[in-house]
Design a protein around this ligand. Structure first.
Ligand code: GDP
Length: 530
């Protein structure tokens, strides 16, 4: 199937995420991108929608109380013939595992940084994940309507902190109280307010160059001098934009803007349309690479979300399509279970509402309602026995023993924990000795969510006890060595939810000691979810 320009539908897909440190402006930028794509009618709806959704869901009270966004979702919008799939990621670092997995489902990312704060810890971590996966990054320097660092200083910081070539695409014309707009030398455009200094973006003027009155009129001389200097130094001091370098993840184009005042939004969307990659090929087991142009459908689950109605155990699995043309009602093979499932009510996520998806293409994300069969990392195919690879589970940094107040509810507790583990919210470890499960998380807020959800959805009250354990590693070795280890360290061995053996370590010293003692064993910090 080709469109009017002779392109396959997947070539019009741009699937991306926004990474940032909390407060840099991700929500505001998301809102403005959707608005610009015509997906929502008034700014504020991203939040409003979030609030409605939260009101319906008990366990998300934690979100409400603490004002953080825990669950991620998908927002699809169309603009000038391009379909943008924006995958939202939780901002709070305690839920970063979710973010890491979402990043396996995107082809590009926008990195938002605050012009006054530069690169912050969470930005850097998320950037590293993108780098590992060679995800091309577009940098958006936000809040230039406020006092920030000098433009060149920010460019240098990105370049040095991330060891990445930077290529300024636009320049701020003043900042803070002397903010006049954004200058785009390549397209010869000046984006400015309707009149008052510092006002929201209203007009785009075509300008011949830095001397054009269309630019200079009304702008303070010293701001023009600074801009001229920036543009000149920028041309000498930084890499010229190069598409290949960008796609390989070696160079980031930098846009200056203000999400709040609408500067830089259209530039970024136009850039994504023109340069960001369409869906990439996906690695799979057996050395197979799944190309988006293949006929048969493949997809993988990168996130599972419990239904908003806590009384029902329905779940939505978010499936990123990698190849083929998906049609509603299709029977797909759920490779891990070896069963076929009919996808009869797939969901598309438009910004304002959800719709039944009739057809979807590589790069698109569909929501597949299910009763818990589908879990993070699962692959769906039209029959082929392969697993998409590359979805990581991380060694937990916080371990706790589960304490149950009502011992009659062991079954419910185990079911609940197993379900939440399959959603990817926690990891569970079943010790070789003793019946009390250990849960592992990366951030403590995950524990609060577990307690809340077990109570709301499984009617079971649990608590957590501290244990003298600091981390877990997956054990990879032959059976004989494993048996020997179990004999020698029975107290420290447990099985994860898939019955894979793990070693629970008391401290970093023990990790070193045991690793030295068993040179034939690999202790993994991450494992592939298959
Ligand atoms: P998030 O935590 O990254 O999602 O950040 P938000 O989008 O919620 O923004 C954090 C705060 O910064 C909010 O008070 C926003 O109104 C404000 N903000 C976001 N973008 C801008 C901007 O471009 N200029 C200014 N002055 N404030 C902004």
């Amino acid at each position: 199937m080709l469109n009017a320009n002779g392109a396959a539908p997947y070539q019009t897909r741009r699937t991306f995420a926004i990474i940032s440190h909390p407060d840099a402006g991700k929500t505001t930028l998301t809102e403005k991108l959707l608005l610009s794509g015509g997906a929502i009618r008034a700014a504020g709806q991203v939040r409003a929608r979030g609030e409605r959704r939260r009101a319906r869901s008990d366990w998300m009270k934690i979100e409400q109380e603490r004002g953080i966004s825990v669950s991620s979702s998908v927002m699809t919008f169309e603009r000038n013939g391009i379909i943008y799939n924006l995958l939202d990621t939780p901002g709070h670092e305690d839920f970063s595992e979710d973010t890491y997995r979402t990043l396996t489902a995107v082809d590009a990312a926008i990195m938002v940084i605050d012009a006054a704060k530069g690169i912050e810890t969470q930005t850097r971590k998320l950037f590293e994940v993108c780098r590992l996966r060679d995800i091309p990054i577009i940098t958006f320097v936000n809040k230039i309507d406020r006092e920030g660092r000098h433009a060149l200083e920010i460019l240098d910081e990105v370049q040095e902190a991330l060891a990445l070539d930077v290529s300024p695409m636009t320049w701020p014309v003043g900042m803070g109280s002397d903010f006049f707009g954004v200058y785009d030398p390549k397209n010869k455009k000046f984006h400015t307010s309707g009149g008052e200094r510092g006002g929201p973006f209203a007009v785009t003027r075509t300008v011949e160059g830095l001397e054009d009155p269309a630019l200079t009129d009304g702008v303070f001389d010293r701001i023009m001098e600074e801009l001229t200097e920036n543009v000149e130094l920028g041309a000498e001091g930084y890499a010229a934009f190069d598409k290949e370098s960008f796609l390989e993840g070696h160079l980031t184009p930098v846009f200056f803007g203000s999400a709040l005042r609408d500067y830089g939004i259209e530039e970024v969307l136009d850039f994504i349309a023109q340069y960001a990659p369409p869906p990439h090929s996906q690695p799979a087991t057996g050395g197979r690479t799944i190309a988006p142009g293949e006929d048969k459908v493949t997809g993988f689950v990168f996130k599972v979300q419990a239904n908003m109605d806590p009384k029902h155990r329905d779940r939505i699995a978010f499936v990123r399509l990698c190849s083929g043309t998906f049609k509603r009602g299709m029977k797909l093979k759920h490779v891990r279970a070896g069963k076929s499932i009919a996808v009869s009510a797939p969901i598309f996520f438009f910004a304002e509402e959800r719709e039944i998806a009739e057809t979807a293409f590589p790069g698109d994300v569909i929501g597949v309602p299910n009763h818990g069969q589908l879990r993070v990392g699962d692959t769906l195919t039209e029959g082929e026995n392969i697993h998409v690879t590359g979805l990581p589970a991380f060694a937990p940094e916080i371990l706790r023993r589960v304490r149950l107040s009502d011992t009659m509810r062991v079954k419910q507790m185990r079911q609940g924990l197993q379900d939440l583990a399959e959603e990817g919210l926690v990891q569970i470890f079943k010790p070789d000795i003793g019946s009390n499960w250990i849960v592992g998380v990366v951030g403590v807020l995950q524990l609060d969510v577990v307690v809340d959800r077990l109570k709301a959805e499984y009617g079971t009250e649990i608590g957590f006890e501290a244990v003298n354990l600091s981390t877990a590693r997956w054990i990879e070795t032959d059976n004989q060595t494993l048996q020997k280890m179990i004999e020698n360290h029975r107290m420290s061995i447990a099985n994860d939810r898939d019955d894979r053996p793990v070693f629970l370590f008391k401290n970093a010293w023990e990790v070193g000691y045991i690793t030295d003692k068993y040179p034939d064993v690999t202790f993994r910090e991450t494992r592939e979810i298959v």
